[in-house]
Unconditional design. Sequence first.
Length: 120
Amino acid sequence: MSKKTLVLGASLKVDKYSNMAVNRLKQSGHEVVAIGLKQGTIDGVSIDTDLMPYKDIDTVTLYLNPKNQASYYDYILSLNPKRVVFNPGTENPEFYNILEMNDIDFEVACTLVLLSTKQY
């Protein structure tokens, strides 16, 4: 089942995990949207630099360190995702609490591992 996913912190650099995640999500049949600092495309997925009012987001997968996440809290909540995935290096107990208060599930996990083990 396809899970529309927002990759937040997407990078055009092919050696970055966020870039790999966009590719693997697409290869796994998921619809992908992405926000990053620089516009461009990854495997046909446009990277937006503005906070877009995406609809029907199932999962937000984070590639931003905790101090850079705070300015995105309200935006992520506005998307009303089913879950947020905190990839290694993005762990953020403050945001966990905010998500819990808003009945949004979260996972501290690696998107690439979840995909490779069919747990996504």
